[in-house]
Design a protein around this ligand. Structure first.
Ligand code: 3EB
Length: 358
């Protein structure tokens, strides 16, 4: 019997390398997330038809850009719905939506960013319902000037208002079944305004319900107290998805937070260590649900967001110390959603399940 296998997986390469790939290779790509300080690859989507998210973040470890490319299987279908560009195979849909905040005026007591966020998520849920990929596995959220205050509220708080309103309006759970996610900022130090304040969101969704995972060391984000904003963030610490013979683990952006408090302000090395302890705790939870083989720190693909480039060497060294020398990571300069967080780490793993003979 041939099981339908969806080898959903990601690879990382430079924008230049992406553009050199064959047409056939590009046809297997569900979408790409491009991180680069300059805008050269804005053309990528137009040139290749691949759904492509561009995030204005500098790569710190090598080169000057990186593309996280998600691959599907079999014949892919692509389309556009509102502002969303998407591609899907039989099992998985990847979408990208980029909304300039300038499209929205502050009215009805809602800020432009809040409206952009609510609109983006409403569009996402409408598409997922229409195409019958109802389960949101993972969301990537990129917000300009994330900790800046405007309209009397921190911008990350405005984002959380819009996100939760959209989940509620679309009949989605805001507790317990939220997707894995990350929410990062860019552009803060250069006080980017105007056309660059574009909200960028990418998402992966599918037809099987993921298992949502929390971290026993942390209060669930959807239960954070009010001090972090009027509405709590809507995400789970990880999601585990079974696709054919594969198990995919999405670990959300993870930081030096225990309970709900930031630990080790000002100390990047200690924050790195605490973050790995959190990821380890999430892995332990995931492994209670996962089949064989189990997930471990060394088998993850990491994206490490670093606030201060000067901390990079020490953070790399600490991660090597905690994880071992042989692990895969990309380092990006970014702003975290709390001023006192110096880094945030997300991770993904894809396992082929071992067939157990009976
Ligand atoms: C935290 O643990 C750090 O708002 O979607 C991590 C992952 C964080 C996702 C989100 C925020 C989000 O609260 C910040």
């Amino acid at each position: 019997m041939i099981d339908t296998i969806s080898p959903l997986h990601s690879t990382q390469l430079s924008v230049a390398a992406f553009l050199k790939q064959s047409k056939q290779w590009r046809n297997s790509v569900l979408g790409a997330f491009c991180f680069s300080a300059d805008a050269v690859e804005n053309q990528m989507q137009a040139d290749t038809n691949v759904p492509c998210m561009h995030v204005a973040m500098q790569r710190l470890d090598a080169g000057d850009s990186v593309c996280e490319v998600w691959h599907g299987s079999g014949q892919l279908t692509q389309g556009q719905s509102g502002a969303i560009h998407y591609r899907h195979d039989e099992d998985v849909l990847l979408g990208v939506i980029e909304l300039p905040e300038a499209m929205f005026a502050a009215d009805m007591g809602k800020t432009p960013l809040q409206q952009a966020t609510e609109s983006a998520y409403r569009q996402i849920f409408a598409l997922l319902d229409a195409l019958r990929y109802p389960y949101l596995f993972r969301c990537w959220n990129y917000i300009a000037d994330i900790t800046t205050h405007s309209f009397g509220l921190e911008r990350y708080g405005q984002f959380n208002l819009g996100r939760q309103d959209a989940f509620l309006a679309c009949g989605r759970d805001v507790m317990g079944n939220a997707p894995a996610a990350c929410a990062l900022g860019f552009g803060q130090s250069t006080s980017v305004q105007g056309p660059l304040t574009t909200l960028s969101i990418a998402f992966l969704a599918g037809r099987v319900a993921p298992r949502n995972i929390e971290n026993p060391r942390q209060i669930s984000a959807y239960q954070y107290p009010q001090q972090y904003g009027p509405r709590s963030p809507t995400f789970s610490r990880a999601s585990l998805v079974r696709l054919g013979q594969n198990e995919v683990l999405f670990i959300s952006g993870t930081a030096s937070i225990v309970g709900h408090a930031t630990l080790h302000p000002g100390n990047a090395v200690a924050q790195a260590r605490e973050t790995i302890a959190n990821i380890q705790a999430v892995l332990a939870e995931a492994n209670r649900l996962a089949s064989q083989p189990k997930f471990d720190l060394a088998s993850l693909y990491y994206t490490v967001y670093v606030r201060r480039p000067a901390d990079l060497a020490q953070i790399c060294a600490e991660l090597a110390h905690c994880v071992g020398n042989a692990f895969t990571a990309v380092y990006l300069q970014a702003d975290m959603c709390r001023e006192d967080l110096l880094l945030e780490i997300e991770a993904t793993a894809v396992h082929t399940m071992r067939v157990i003979q009976r």
